[in-house]
Design a protein around this ligand. Sequence first.
Ligand SMILES: [Zn+2]
Length: 508
Amino acid sequence: MLYGKWRPRGFDEVVGQDHIVTTLRNALISGQVAHAYLFSGPRGTGKTTTARILARAVNCVNLAGGEPCNDCPSCRAIANGSALDLIEMDAASNRGIDDIRELREKVGFAPSDMTRKVYLLDEVHMLTGAAWNALLKTLEEPPPHAIFILATTELHNVPATILSRCQRHDFHRIPNEAIVRRLQFICGEEGFDFPEQGLLQVAIQSRGGARDAITLLEQVVARYGIAPSTDEVLEALGLVHDVRSEQLAGAIVDGDLAQALDIAREIADDGIDVARFTRETIDILRDVLPQVLRGRPREDSAYGALAANASATGGAAANIARAIQELARADFRTDPASPVPLEVACAASILGPVAIAAAVPAGAAVATPVTAGMPANGRPGVPAARAPAGAGTPDPALTREERFLQDLYEHCKMANTRLGAWLNGSCKVLSMDGDELELGFFLPVHMQKVDTDCRTLVEEQAELLLNRPVKLKVRLIEKEQQSRRAPRGGHLAEAAKALGAVPVGKDD
Ligand SMILES: [Zn+2]
């Protein structure tokens, strides 16, 4: 594994987090090491790596300039994973009170062969309430030999009482240039010959995470050898440009919802990864937006024409900002093959949630998924009944019909991922008694798709579930009014926030 091999061994090798490593090195030099640290930031930005370097540094007998020597017995023991006094705990799988209680019982014992006992608690936001309280007690009166390093990707889920006990360091997404430099170094050492443009693409795809970047580099080498061309890198990254992402961005800029929906459907029909396609579209709009705001296309932009076209329309910048926000909200986790979240995001991008709630007549329920059936995670497109239910166990909150539909969807999806996807959040069961199964659809396009393309699949799977012959009937319905929520407000403020952040890939 290339990543393991090139994991930074000292603070000087940590990429793109100079503000943090400088502080830590200075603390080590002056002997002012804190008892508790909280490292927050996106995945793959160096939190765990930095924590392990810190664990080595506080125990190193030859500490020089705040850097561990990587050669003394304790540096070596930590590096090869045999150190008893570095206790790493993944809070995602040890999240309960008992785990923290056990930690509390042992923390008092002196280190066995080092000077400091270092606890590294990863994914600490996963801890339960009781576990937080137990941990807080430990942090309030830590034994002098103990150092706690808490790491999290979700700072907002860490209680304020814990925050106040920790020295906090925020890890940033690593700039592309810094990742490229690190990749160039690794390529040099490994004897790889990559074009710079290819490395830049690897960096862009890794979205600020050095770990992902190195893993991607390795994947490219596995596929095309040590000297790939830029095209081969793009191919390996799955980036062979689908022109339709630019067409979709264009349709959104032009406010052409019909074309946008056509493209979304085509993409799903062709079996293309809708989530990745959506991210591509977001990237194009993010490239276009600053150009529109400045009122002039950027020379080196591949989307200058699109930006010029958008600039010609009043209010274009606000529309693009909203589109980025809506597309970034689309949640594909439940079913990556379904175009529904993308369709809903396009509708909300072009019409706006307020406008669609008011403007769409009964029956053409384009708007309803945006405002109705919003699952707890606040993402539109997947009604609550579709939200991942606890490891496939029946959810008692569901009606018999809802549970049947959930099962039907799972069965159909297993039999045929692409076709099964059309049932995802697109309909409800109107009747399922006798030899008929009647499904009500919210959008004509989904109804038609199920009616023509997957009728046999649905009937077969329904027969299996109900243990009797079933004939499928479909009709168009409107979603229930009572489950509607007030349209979301404050779009521009939220859009600005969305722009500051890198769009959600939710791959973490
Ligand atoms: Zn050492």
